[in-house]
Ligand binder design. Structure first.
Ligand code: ZN
Length: 146
């Protein structure tokens, strides 16, 4: 019973981010680095724009089309990673990959709404949907030499 209530709550969190996405829309500001990734198996097509200030992620924006899992995950990622230093952002990202696989996570890290994606592990085909915005961010950090 408790489990299904939790599932319902998680679904609400995901739908809230899908219907009212945070940080949506790409900036024209040239200080942002853009990464475009596609997930052909689902049709997700997303661009993430990253702005760093030293070793801190000052801002992340996103734009694209995709399923509710992908689009909401981009919104959650922005909310969780903006303002974090890159080392912590990477730890949160890796923890998120464990969450969607249903693996053990580092519970000392505050995951915020990202914890709502634990149910994705029941649908392995959707794991890529959830992770693609986060992969785009990781790619961007690598391209920026971070
Ligand atoms: Zn998808």
């Amino acid at each position: 019973m408790a489990f299904s209530n939790l599932e319902g709550l998680y679904r609400q969190v995901i739908m809230d981010h899908y219907k009212d996405p945070r940080n949506k829309g790409l900036p024209t500001d040239e200080s942002y680095h853009h990464v475009h990734l596609k997930n052909p198996s689902c049709g997700d097509d997303i661009t993430v724009a990253i702005k760093l200030e030293g070793d801190t992620i000052e801002d992340i924006r996103h734009e694209g089309v995709g399923c509710s899992i992908c689009c909401s995950s981009a919104s959650v990622m922005c909310e969780e990673l903006c303002g974090k230093d890159i080392v912590l952002a990477r730890r949160v990202t890796h923890n998120f990959y464990e969450i969607v696989k249903g693996s053990e996570i580092d519970e000392t890290i505050d995951m915020g709404d990202a914890i709502a994606y634990s149910g994705v592990s029941n649908f392995p085909a959707r794991i890529k949907c959830a992770t693609i915005p986060w992969k785009a961010l990781e790619t961007g950090l690598e391209e920026l030499g971070k």
